[in-house]
Design a protein around this ligand. Sequence first.
Ligand code: GCU
Length: 608
Amino acid sequence: MMNSLKYCLIVYLLLEGTFIFATDYQGFSAYTRAAILLNGEWKYMVDPYENGYYNYRLEPFDQLDQTYSMGFYGDQKIKNPGDLIEYDFDKSPSLMVPGDWNTQDPRLYYYEGTVWYRKKFIGPELESGERIYLYFSAVNYRADVYLNSKKLGTHIGGFTPFWYDVTDLMKTDNNSLVVRVDNKRCSSCVPTLNTDWWNYGGITREVKLIRLPGTHIKDFEIHLESAQSKKIAGKIWVDNAPEGEPVTVSVPELKISVTAKTNSKGIAEFEFTPGKLELWSPENPKRYSVLLSTQADQLSDTIAFRTIRTEGKQILLNDKPVFLRGISVHEEYSAEGDGRVNADWKAAQLLKWAKELGCNFVRLAHYPHNEDMVRIAEKMGIMVWSEVPVYWTIDWTNDETLNNAKNQIQDNILRDRNRGNIIIWSIANETPVIEDRTVFLRKLINRVRELDQTRLISAALEKHYLNDSVAVVQDPLAEYLDVVAFNEYVGWYDGLPEKCSRISWLIEYNKPVFVSEFGGGAKFGYHGPETTRWTEEFQANLYFRSLNMLDQIDGLCGISPWILCDFRSPRRALPEIQDGFNRKGVLSEKGEKKQAFYVLQKYYHSKK
Ligand code: GCU
């Protein structure tokens, strides 16, 4: 079963419009598991007419009998001279996995459609009772997965992991793993048809096989309940465990070792209160090694313990007010002409630039980034805003779209709920203030609260004007958010930089206020008067004036200007300036610092 989310609702209480849930959602804690990587060269075939998936009547081959010789998923070879097979993976070119196809083959730079991938591998000999899982860290946008001509399943959503138990299908000699990847945009998709980023298609993150004992620890959740009491609690999901299976949680550095027992659903709940505990913070990114063990299995991870909550207009990290010195970041590293981040060193480089800027926070826009990004940020002491691509003009009245959005936010939370540096789950970006959208997003908020009561919820709202000089945030959704965040472009899309000195802000919520985007474009190395758009001087002046304007907002708890680096976008066509890149980075796509970088860096040093 793909994405085996065991969902059991234990208690569902409706109190004055606030839902209190005790529910159990299980993911797969896979990152620290030993794995057989299936990265590297995969054969590929471009299939713009879906000829390898449908017959001429548009019927999927994988739903018709005895037609796998036609469907590419069969990975067939010509055996007899009379055979009619019109494809051959072995004679096709290769793409590297992980990686987008757009920047690997110039013919695919703008390609949106289906590409078939094929990987051959020798399956390991399993011990008796062992299980083996095929794990995809992400595929953009839709993946149909076949092993040895058998369909494993279909996954929708370009930025979250999924997996299949392939124990009964994998062979100990040659296996044929075929993946149909389709990155076509669609109005009911999440994101929808229009975005301001490149639609990188492909198996963009790693693929691996994970062998586990028959009875194994599949997932766990652990969190610090309060900075005062230092009480730590959590759950462990043990697959194929009888009731009463002992599960031990140990934190050697704290001299903690507690044992709990699984219930009839294979879930063991635990709690402990260490004598001393160093809380994680940007200044002291302390993490502890946590070891979970059963008779047959062990799982270890490094955990950052901290608390996050709001009090009036403040965000409190470990019960102390914190100002989020942020920057927005796309999951793109284009310094050498590449695209989607597909290696941990690229994630680390982006975060090093953020650190150099003086950041203690990154807004990972506009979709869940790869797990390396989150974990390296945690190690570096950088807090994270994690977001799903519910972006702009989503199909608010479509149930399939809502379920897709719920699945993506669920997969995101289940993957990252043990990452202490994630403090905000964001459910949307720049969505319209209409009833259908607010109903849709409230359902997402409820899903987040079911999954995780330990973090803050926000969304990047939009600003409006009360009159010529007073800007407001008035959005019914704000009532349901913990942090009122908004994007504003005074001085870029809205007037010129001098307008900043004429605007004041009225944000009447007794909640922390966060500016999730502001900024403007500049071509690195283009210099001139600060009145000339696209010069570094124009952008630096815009930053200077924006910071002066925003710093006066009552309850400002942080900012994440748009954006760290220039990034590819099909919307940005101005020759000699944009050339297919959004130029709002404070760094060029090659990591060259623009003047605005230093304006922002100086502001952050004043905020430390
Ligand atoms: C919007 C949007 C970004 C976009 C930016 C821009 O606010 O959230 O995704 O790239 O503005 O116009 O550059």
